[in-house]
Design a protein around this ligand. Sequence first.
Ligand SMILES: Nc1ncnc2c1ncn2[C@@H]1O[C@H](COP(=O)(O)OP(=O)(O)OP(=O)(O)O)[C@@H](O)[C@H]1O
Ligand SMILES: [Mg+2]
Length: 232
Amino acid sequence: MLEATGVAAGYGRKRIVHGVDLAVGKGEIVLVLGHNGAGKTTLMRTLFGLLPAAEGTIRYEGRDIAGRRPAENVADGIAFIPQGHGIFRTLSVRDNLDLGAFVEPDKSLLPERLDTVFRMFPILKERASQIGGTLSGGQQQMLAIGMALMHAPRLVILDEPSIGLAPNLVDKVMEAIAYINRTMGTTILMVEQNVKYSLPIASRVAVLKTGRKIYDGPPDPLHDRVELMKLF
Ligand SMILES: Nc1ncnc2c1ncn2[C@@H]1O[C@H](COP(=O)(O)OP(=O)(O)OP(=O)(O)O)[C@@H](O)[C@H]1O
Ligand SMILES: [Mg+2]
């Protein structure tokens, strides 16, 4: 579904990501791990079109999308949930969800999608008129995922959805991501540091170290702490 080859990116003259190959198959949950500052966010932003790729190719469903604007990617079925949620903090839950669907030309599809989001996250229905910024961290993350689902994406890119959440909420967020993948067939590319909760739902793992990919394979060997530590 997504195939990045030899992608290099950075800021100004400073290269952060060096020649990374990353493939995400339809229906997979691909987990990207790596230290703080390894370049995970930089890579995700590049794949989504928020940063230009200095080198390499990025293909989505067979089409070359390198250099395409984020808005075009959203309209083409890619959702990006940035590190730190990316909700509109001054708007209500309901308004946030409506904005999540702004690229959907067929508005008649929206009531059913809103129903689906509310069924998945009943707390959002209860809090529909509450201002986004006043939700708890976990609720804000649910809202960010709900917004993404409002335009029925085929690929969702999440950057550290569990950051700042209590362990019981991390578990809930990972469960929601696995549920979306399982029931809607949505392909997931996710950066996470919380291996305890993210490894169990991953179909494949890529590990970045100082901007280079040093592991790409099944999650199973990484359940062993020693094996995992070797990569860090
Ligand atoms: N806008 C920017 N301008 C210059 N340097 C940046 C910018 N954003 C990030 N960097 C640098 O790029 C490197 C990689 O950052 P990036 O955010 O991609 O890492 P990360 O793997 O997502 O880390 P974390 O786990 O802390 O989120 C860091 O050294 C960071 O300081
Ligand atoms: Mg990051």
